[in-house]
Design a protein around this ligand. Sequence first.
Ligand SMILES: [Zn+2]
Length: 850
Amino acid sequence: MKDAAPTTVYLEDYKPFGYVVDSVHLTFDLAPNATRVKSRIEFSPNPEAADRRFWLDGEKLKLISAKIDGKDVNPVCTAEGLSCDAPDAPFVWEAEVEIDPAGNTALEGLYMSNGMYCTQCEAQGFRKITYYPDRPDVMSVFTVRINGDLPVLLSNGNPGKSGDGWAEWHDPWPKPAYLFALVAGDLVAHSDSFTTIGGRDVALNLYVRPGDEGKCAFGMEALKKSMKWDEDVYGREYDLDIFNIVAVDDFNMGAMENKGLNIFNSSAVLASPETSTDMNFERIEAIIAHEYFHNWTGNRITCRDWFQLCLKEGLTVYRDSQFTSDMRSAPVKRISDTIDLRARQFPEDNGPLAHPVRPDSFQEINNFYTATVYEKGAEVIGMLKRLVGDAAYAEALDLYFARHDGQACTIEDWLKVFEDVTGRDLTQFKRWYSQAGTPRVKVTEHWENGTYRLTFTQSTPASVASPAPQPQVIPIAVGLIGPNGDEVVETTLLELTEETQAFEFSGLSAKPVPSILRGFSAPVILERETTTAERAFLLAHDTDPFNRWEAGRTLALETLNDMTLGGAAPNAAYLDGIVAVTRDSSLDPAYRALMLGLPSQSELAAAQAESGHTPDPMAIWNACETLRQTLAEKLQDDLPGLMAEMRVEAPYRPDAEQSGKRSLGGALLSLLTRLDGGEEAARQYAEADNMTLQLSALSCLVRAGKGEDALRQFYEQWQGDRLVIDKWFMLQVLNAAPDRAVGAAKALTEHKDFNWKNPNRFRATLGALTGNHAGFHAADGAGYALLADWLIKLDPVNPQTAARMCTAFQTWKRYDAERQGQMRAALERIAAQPDLSRDTTEMVSRILGA
Ligand SMILES: [Zn+2]
């Protein structure tokens, strides 16, 4: 069935629901194709609402019966819900519906994955389970009974009575329907417990499919660390007797914070040294923390409406980044987050999909689970903390939890606690929530008689989402370094609020070198005309680890641009600076590994487009290859010794220390492979006793065109492990030479293990293609055509994942006329599909429309 003509929802149209839900009782009679859901819901008139229309959301439901106060009623049903005459007084609504979990491939609502029943309700999946006011500001206490012939029957809250083939659950905390969850299956538990700061014993369970028991220990430890950290740092205690996590293979996102019953994509929770890389372990630790932290920032205090999504996501991403910084290295985490922000959020903020951190309108809310809402949303929290200081931030958070516990809130509520605690007027700061686009900050300097002046000018490009952007509050952390490399002015926070503003530093004996935007203190693009010599000076001397890395990155950008656009040779200042850092054993290996990385090829393309050039993906790829080859030759004599230092003799641990060594070791191996033809990589591959080493060696071999035997061996070794086979799919496409990437992806879509209905496998293949910049942008348009073919095929089955992957086309206007034409044709071909989902329709039209 085609969705109704897309309608746009606006923030300014918000109205409270006409009724309050006092309690919800649900009974599930599970059957794969005909599950019956009985609901008994107590409604009473909402004194805050003027409009008493009784409308319940519902999609793809077969209504069996409906009653109000025990009497049959005949509601008017549409494809989106039902309406009915209802009393202007408390009443009981009872309904029975039938749904088809086995036929639900969209993975929203109640669906099946490998014989297991599972739910995903955020944002609007609950309406596919039963008729309900499916909106986050309607919060209620839920009691659930599950009848089903399966050993494990789970829902939110605390367990109630249970017996053979049935179980009851009661969640005492009022919650919106998007936090509802149900799981039923043949699962085994890895169990543990945690005693909270208040002395409450909490049972912890990680439920997995039989056979995965050995991959649970790390996730469980991460959960306990998260629970402790949230008590220590935010004073937040867990509030139920039990906390369950379930791993599921078919899942659109990373994980979901359902109250007391988190559901995880198995890739985001299952781990063992043999099958998971260090990066997998770190990601799992962060995602478990993120979902756990939502218990307070998201669940106890939720969003009034979906426009406020950043209220829970920006804050919770910020909290999980603090957690990772505390568990691991803070500078490495900050640099990694910035790389990610520039790779995913900057293109969004500067293209046709630009939207504010709090959007004003949407057609399909699933399309707004974006890097802007999440990652830029977290940056906004970081700026707020920098501006008010750590103590005031802590006080404001305490007030937020005390004032709003149990409520559905807005960004205005959030900012008000900061205003009340600090007395600051945050009106201008609020533009970070309402304006789209990445601010550019231009800096000029002036030196005279011992006084050094920095003048900043900010501007944000106008966009469809923000046609007339205004100056924002931009916290800029600055330090000054003297000619001998000593810091003469420690990190100082400047507050840029005007369009143009100057700041002076006096009493200096010599003209300093400025280190601007330390710690990436604001998500902006800094523009400053400076010399190669000055960048090299900062790369050698900056005391701020972020800006030291940034100096290396801007040098790399500069030399790669000169190589691509002007045919220049690699810049000696860059090479010498990076060689010095790589040799410097006083620096953390993880940090040195980041220093060895180049800006992504799509970032280079963006930078070239921004400066008025048309990026040529092949020229960019060639420049990166040449630069790496030159670097490898420069480091030739150092490589054996450095790699020996990075060898880990102790038993495998995925901690910061060991993974840092493996990370630098892997970066060095990829350089060495350019010199020794893969000899060392083959040796490492054969000897590897953990996935990090095995995979880094295999990637090197594939890039060198010598991976055939190892790929075959790897497949034979791991064919029984779906998560490892995802890696096998992905690395072949990511590491393919540009002229072979499309062919590699295409061949893999014909592999017997290409289960395209599984989102992880789909992303590992087609998503990987979009990550191979020169391969995806192949001049003949084959990359675009292949992706379009598959998105057309996926859309009717899983619109959410299909829509999200359309973002690969968002940068189409950056490229030459021929590529633009090919991408436009691909987008128009998708748009022309007769039954295209609301999700994909909205994405394609936004990308084409700008
Ligand atoms: Zn989240």
